[in-house]
Design a binder for this molecule. Structure first.
Ligand SMILES: Cc1cc2nc3c(=O)[nH]c(=O)nc-3n(C[C@H](O)[C@H](O)[C@H](O)COP(=O)(O)OP(=O)(O)OC[C@H]3O[C@@H](n4cnc5c(N)ncnc54)[C@H](O)[C@@H]3O)c2cc1C
Length: 471
């Protein structure tokens, strides 16, 4: 006992405790970074599923067979996290957060046991909740989601059963189309139903119609401007057909839901952690919520859109990983910020690649921009080079200034990754005038001598100039 009476108590250092809700992209990154920065930190990760740090993005390719084993999709297992000093509790769901006492309550989903865990810092990384249309039959046997590894395993098992030939995918966004591809690659008859007049409704209609033609060219049936009105069940209790809102009957042995997601914020809301205008958890650039000691990252938060200035929810793994890293660095004593998003995304359906960055024309209009557009049809390689295939590229440029506001690409092999060059241009607020002179790479196997990016910039520049002359 010391002279001040505190003795051992004063000299004993009590480790700070970080509790993380959700053990995938955002939660896993936050936990790992925080522990790496501050090895003395006690880190407890709660994950209600059985896997941690897995790639949901890879699920369609596991279903198609391009990726062989479920384990290939797992970047870090619970055991690997434990070897790095994290306490990981899988199959354990957090069921409440008390921010006045700094504790979370949890339930073991195997044993039913319940308990509480105190925290000094809390990371909320509970991801998103898939949309389910409230239509008759939606819970029938044979209707599948693709949100988690368990969903993917169930879908794969159903497809492996040999009893499925006709698949209806509800939702023609990125995930719906990736699942359509996976089923098509397996030789199945695939129909995609989507409410928009063109698939992947975040693209402009002129690019969307090119996507629609390309997807149909892959042998996938598209039912557009229509919705899933009901799922019909046969006498055996299994799915028989999807009936659309307009009354079309689409025979189906299996239905996959790919309707997008909304942020999983229920527990946060119940705990009084404020949401933002978009419905995601409000965070600052360091990923702090408005409740001291509580951080949030991933699909459950809203982000700042660098072009529109709006708060937006963008459920993408690329953001979740970065945001989790930022939260972890800050919790571990460092300093990091998440600088916002510009709407870059990419996917492919069989041989058709699609990508976008920045604002679409609808988004640019809503954000108050006045703009011109340019669309070019070109080829992915020099026109004479074997394998050259069509590519369409659209640019949206601000009137007068010529600043690039958005770009969209659709084409075949090696077309879509060109979007990254344009994302860098948008990030750095470049004008189409600056872009058309960029020193981009060229050789016949990779591009025409004027890359489609440069041709589109030239055309967009002409449009900006013509507009200025007409004033
Ligand atoms: C089929 C598919 C394809 C995709 N493709 C792409 C792509 O190509 N590119 C891209 O950038 N993004 C893609 N995404 C999106 C990407 O997977 C997500 O944005 C990313 O996984 C989000 O990470 P997260 O950690 O925020 O949330 P999640 O990955 O959803 O993780 C949240 C975790 O929290 C757990 N959890 C939730 N509530 C609790 C609780 N109360 N207690 C304990 N645990 C809880 C969940 O079980 C889950 O494991 C795809 C998603 C899907 C489904």
């Amino acid at each position: 006992m010391g002279a001040d009476g505190r003795g051992d108590l004063a000299s004993r250092s009590v480790a700070r405790r970080l509790v993380v809700i959700g053990g995938d992209a955002a939660g896993g990154s936050a936990a790992s970074q925080a522990k790496k920065r501050d090895p003395g930190l006690d880190v407890v990760v709660f994950e209600r599923g059985r896997a941690t740090s897995y790639s949901a993005c890879g699920i369609p390719y596991w279903i198609s067979g391009a990726v062989e084993a479920e384990s290939d999709l797992v970047t870090r297992t619970p055991e690997q996290h434990r070897a790095n000093g994290l306490e990981v509790r899988i199959r354990t769901e957090v069921i409440g957060i008390d921010t006045s006492r700094n504790v979370v309550s949890w339930r073991d989903l195997e044993s039913g046991a319940e308990g509480e865990e105190p925290y000094d810092e809390l990371v909320y990384a509970a991801g998103s909740v898939p949309m389910r249309p409230p239509v008759p039959g939606i819970d029938a046997q044979g209707v599948y989601g693709v949100q988690t590894l368990d969903d993917g395993a169930a879908l794969r098992a159903a497809l492996d059963s040999g009893r499925v030939q006709r698949v209806v995918v509800v939702g023609g966004g990125y995930i719906g189309l990736e699942i359509a591809e996976a089923c098509r690659v397996r030789g199945l008859d695939v129909t995609v139903v989507d409410m928009s007049p063109t698939p992947v409704g975040t693209f402009d209609p002129d690019i969307g119609s090119f996507i629609a033609d390309a997807v149909r060219g892959e042998g996938i049936e598209l039912v557009l401007s229509d919705a899933c009105g009901a799922v019909e069940v046969g006498p055996d209790g299994r799915v028989r057909a999807v009936v659309t809102a307009s009354g079309k009957e689409l025979p189906a042995d299996l239905v996959v839901l790919g309707l997008g997601v909304r942020p999983n914020v229920r527990l946060a809301q119940e705990a009084g952690i404020p949401l933002g205008t978009s419905g995601g958890i409000a965070v600052d650039a360091r990923m702090r919520t408005q409740v001291p000691g509580v951080w949030a990252a991933g699909d459950c938060v809203e982000s700042w859109h660098r072009l529109s200035g709006q708060r937006v929810v963008v459920a993408l793994g690329t953001h979740a990983n970065k945001q989790g890293r930022v939260a972890g660095i800050n919790i571990g004593g460092g300093y990091a910020t998440f600088p916002g998003v510009i709407g870059t995304a990419i996917t492919k359906v069989c041989h058709t690649e699609v990508a976008r960055t920045g604002l679409s024309t609808r988004e640019a209009g809503e954000a108050g921009y006045s703009f011109v557009t340019a669309v070019v049809d070109s080829t992915t390689r020099a026109g004479y080079f074997p394998g050259a295939s069509p590519i369409r590229l659209k640019m949206i440029a601000e009137r007068r200034t010529g600043r690039l506001l958005g770009a969209q690409i659709v084409g075949k092999e090696a077309a879509a990754k060109r979007i990254d060059a344009l994302a860098v241009c948008i990030w750095n607020e470049m004008t189409v005038d600056e872009i058309l002179s960029l020193d981009l790479s060229y050789a016949p196997p990779f591009a025409p001598v004027w890359d489609p990016v440069l041709i589109a910039a030239r055309k967009a520049f002409d449009a900006v100039e013509a507009d200025v002359r007409s004033l």
